[in-house]
Every structure is written in structure tokens, then in C-alpha cells.
Design a protein around this ligand. Structure first.
Ligand code: Z5A
Ligand code: MG
Length: 226
């Protein structure tokens, strides 16, 4: 693969147990083996003070009002935003396990009339915009059969079903311009191959010769197509 003048911002998304962390690790290793500098990140980042509050909430050890926890998840990304931008500018590719897409859909999936996708998205405006988001798609029933499902707050079939529907609603908006859907219900190696193909396709796009952009209001997103 040809060297990029800047790093690439890649996001891996999907339902719980879709295989995000598995594919994240494999993609990072492949990119490194091809000679790229790679920074691994994940959200929530449970290591910061805000991240520790989120961790306690997800484990059911503390309560948070729904809008408050939403804004904490967003703040957890904002506290890392400068790090992401700096790494990209220095030529390091940043690969993130979950990002603002999860932020929007998990909060909106709670079904509160005053917590819509649009409301949930507003605090994300201005964050670094991914060059590509690979959405690992899997049926909630298939994901539930994988190891460890059921331990944290949102890990119920009803919630996962709604999250998947909302991911598809989000894909139908201008955020979908950056999203590639990959069938995650297959063998790890098959999924890995597809993920790398999608990333390689985006590497060839003209936007990769331009500076990283930022997340804009929906109505403005479509104007900066790569
Ligand atoms: N959340 C939010 O509400 N708002 C936000 O802004 C953000 C997140 C960023 C914690 O996320 C929660 O935070 C999450 C969304 C919410 N919801 N809940 N609950 P997290 O990322 O820390 O953790 P997680 O997503 O719950 O699950 P996970 O364990 O990270 O799942 P995963 O990374 O997608 O899967 P995995 O660890 O790679 O694989 C799971 C198992 O399946 C494991 O045993 C693998 O060996 C196996 N596996 C993986 N791939 C395959 C294939 N292809 N075939 C068969 N088996 C496989
Ligand atoms: Mg994970």
C-alpha cells in the first residue's frame, strides 16, 4: 500500500459481541505489519476520571440520569479529541473500537421522547470525523450466543434489537457516507478480510490527501464527500 501523508482515522462499530475488539486487534496488527504507525483507542476509555464514572454506570454500580450519562460518554471522546488529531497529523493511523455512532444509538435506543438521534448527535459535532467506520453487522440473537454476553447494562436482547435498528437509521443519514457495513456473522478470518478490503478502498480516496475533517451538522455533512 502507498504511504499516506497523514494518518487515517478508522472506526470499528457494531452491536455488543459483534467482534469489534477481535477485528480491531487484527486490523491494527495488519496495518502495523504493512509498516504503518498505529494508535489503538477505544470508547468508552474507562481509564480517565470520566471513564471511571461510565464504567461504574455500565456495571450497575452507580446510577446516572439518561442525558447525563450520554453527555459523559461524549465528554469521554472530547477529552481524547486533541490526541486523535495530533496522531493523525503526525502520520499515525488511529483505529478506534466504538466511537460517536455507538454514542448516538445506545442513548437513543432508550426510547425517551427528548433523547432522539438528533439530540444525541449534537454534542459530537466538532469531533474528528472518521475516514471510515466499519459497521460489523450481526443479528442480536447470533451475538448473544458469543462469549460473555449479558454482564453489562445494555446487554439485553430488546436493547440490542433497537440498537441495530437505530444503527440502520443512522446509516440512512449523511453519517452513513462514512460507514461500510460488513457481515460479522461469519468466520473471524472472512470478516477480517472484508474489513481490510474496505479500509484499502478508502485509502485510495481523494479525501486521504486532504486534512482530517470534523463532524458537522447533518445538513452540512454531504458537502464534503471524499
Ligand atoms: N456505549 C454507549 O452507550 N455510549 C457510547 O458513547 C459508547 C459506548 C462509546 C460498553 O462497550 C458499552 O458502552 C456498550 C455500548 C455502550 N454497551 N453495552 N453494554 P464496550 O465496547 O466496552 O463493550 P461491548 O461492546 O459490550 O462488548 P464487547 O465485549 O466489546 O464486544 P465486541 O468487542 O464486539 O466482541 P469481541 O470481544 O471481539 O468478541 C466477543 C466474543 O465473540 C469473544 O468470545 C470472541 O472470541 C467471539 N468472536 C468474535 N468474532 C467472532 C466470530 N466472527 N465468530 C465467532 N465468535 C467470534
Ligand atoms: Mg469489545
Amino acid at each position: 500500500m502507498a504511504p499516506l501523508s497523514r494518518g487515517m482515522l478508522i472506526v470499528i462499530e457494531g452491536l455488543d459481541r459483534a467482534g469489534k475488539s477481535t477485528q480491531h486487534a487484527r486490523l491494527c496488527q495488519s496495518l502495523e505489519s504493512q509498516g504503518r504507525r498505529v494508535k489503538r483507542m477505544r470508547f468508552p476509555d474507562r481509564t480517565t476520571p470520566i471513564g471511571k464514572s461510565i464504567d461504574a454506570y455500565l456495571k450497575g454500580e452507580s446510577q446516572q440520569e439518561d442525558h447525563v450519562i450520554h453527555l459523559l460518554f461524549s465528554a469521554n471522546r472530547w477529552e481524547a479529541a486533541a490526541q486523535i488529531r495530533n496522531a493523525i497529523e503526525e502520520g499515525t493511523t488511529v483505529v478506534i473500537d466504538r466511537y460517536y455512532y455507538s454514542g448516538i444509538v445506545y442513548s437513543a435506543a432508550k426510547g425517551k421522547a427528548d433523547l432522539s438521534l438528533k439530540w444525541a448527535r449534537d454534542p459530537e459535532i466538532g469531533l474528528p470525523r472518521p475516514d471510515v467506520c466499519v459497521f460489523l453487522d450481526i443479528a442480536p440473537e447470533a451475538a448473544a450466543k458469543r462469549g460473555g454476553f449479558g454482564r453489562e447494562k445494555y446487554e439485553t436482547n430488546a436493547m440490542q434489537k433497537r440498537v441495530r435498528e437505530l444503527f440502520y437509521e443512522l446509516i440512512a443519514t449523511s453519517d452513513g457516507l462514512d460507514i461500510c457495513v460488513v457481515d460479522a456473522g461469519r468466520d473471524v478470518e472472512e470478516v477480517e478480510k472484508d474489513v481490510m478490503e474496505r479500509v484499502k478502498d478508502v485509502m485510495k480516496q481523494p479525501k486521504m490527501t486532504q486534512p482530517l475533517t470534523e463532524i458537522l451538522p447533518w445538513e452540512e455533512m454531504a458537502h464534503i464527500l471524499g
